[in-house]
Design a protein around this ligand. Structure first.
Ligand SMILES: Nc1ncnc2c1ncn2[C@@H]1O[C@H](COP(=O)(O)OP(=O)(O)OP(=O)(O)O)[C@@H](O)[C@H]1O
Length: 261
């Protein structure tokens, strides 16, 4: 299959399955949203797809990108193919944004050092992520939203064949959320993009496919309107959802089960 196929992925810490035999796919040319309640295993899943597993945990199952087993590749090879932007990444505060984005090129270098062409790639990545004006600022001085854009630029500089974004709209104001989603749409023309989202209305509006995780398992997978139904939202989150699908986007109103309609 063209794109990402996750087959019976489990991440087990001690006797506890954080991700439990989850199988799902994310085709090229599409945005796939990974949704689910707190603790459902979304971040653990993205990290495991990128080859990162918590200390003292064990991953099993297969992760295939365009038919190639990613989980069988050495870390450096995997890093050439997969970029992950996490919710919070420790950053050296003295590094400039440009220096941080340049680190995205590291997996592509044969020896330590930089390659010809890196500068143009780094500049393009900074521009695409809306971080060009931040290039010479130090990371320690940036706001949460600005830092988020720099992390995205670093991922773009990696020129990955699979882009994984953990809560990419966190910290972003509404204008930058829309910019980010437009950029993700452009990127998804060529590669699979998987992003975790808490905002189900954003997922319903902007994703082509939705994977609903609950308790580490795949509760549903498919078209947004099929997965994000009131019944499934009730089952996974324990809330009532009233879904209003207008041409400009989906709006969802929530209420607790015990509250009057
Ligand atoms: N290093 C770890 N060791 C043991 N358990 C962990 C570890 N990291 C996460 N967990 C547990 O794994 C489960 C899944 O966590 P994960 O962060 O993947 O969920 P999530 O769906 O991303 O949640 P959220 O929406 O709150 O970000 C949680 O119960 C969490 O407590």
């Amino acid at each position: 299959m063209h794109g990402l196929a996750v087959d019976a992925l489990s991440v087990v810490a001690g006797s506890r399955a954080l991700v439990d035999a989850a199988s799902w796919s994310a085709p090229s040319g599409a945005i796939t949203a990974l949704v689910g309640p707190n603790g459902a295993g979304k971040s653990t899943t993205l990290r495991a797809v990128a080859g990162l597993v918590p200390d003292r945990a064990r991953a099993s199952g297969a992760v295939l990108l365009d038919g190639e087993r990613l989980d069988a590749l050495p870390a450096r090879e995997r890093a050439r193919r997969v970029a992950l932007v996490e919710q919070s990444t420790e950053v050296p505060p003295q590094l400039t944004a440009r220096e941080a984005v340049r680190l995205g090129r590291t997996p592509h270098h044969r020896l330590l050092g930089f390659s010809i062409g890196d500068d143009a790639i780094v500049d393009a990545a900074l521009g695409d992520a809306g971080a060009a004006t931040l290039a010479d600022r130090r990371l320690g001085e940036l706001s949460g939203g600005e830092l988020q854009r720099v992390h995205l630029a670093r991922a773009l500089a990696q020129q990955p064949r699979l882009l994984l974004l953990d809560e990419p709209t966190n910290h972003l104001d509404v204008a930058w959320q829309l910019e980010l989603l437009a950029l993700v749409r452009r990127l998804a023309a060529d590669i699979p993009v998987v992003m975790t989202l808490h905002d189900l209305a954003l997922a319903a509006t902007h994703a082509d496919r939705v994977v609903l995780l609950d308790g580490g398992r795949v509760a549903a997978e498919g078209a947004p309107d099929a997965v994000l139904s009131p019944a499934r939202i009730r089952a996974a989150y324990g809330v009532e959802a009233e879904i209003d699908a207008a041409p400009g986007g989906v709006a969802i109103r929530y209420r607790r089960l015990e509250d009057p309609a």
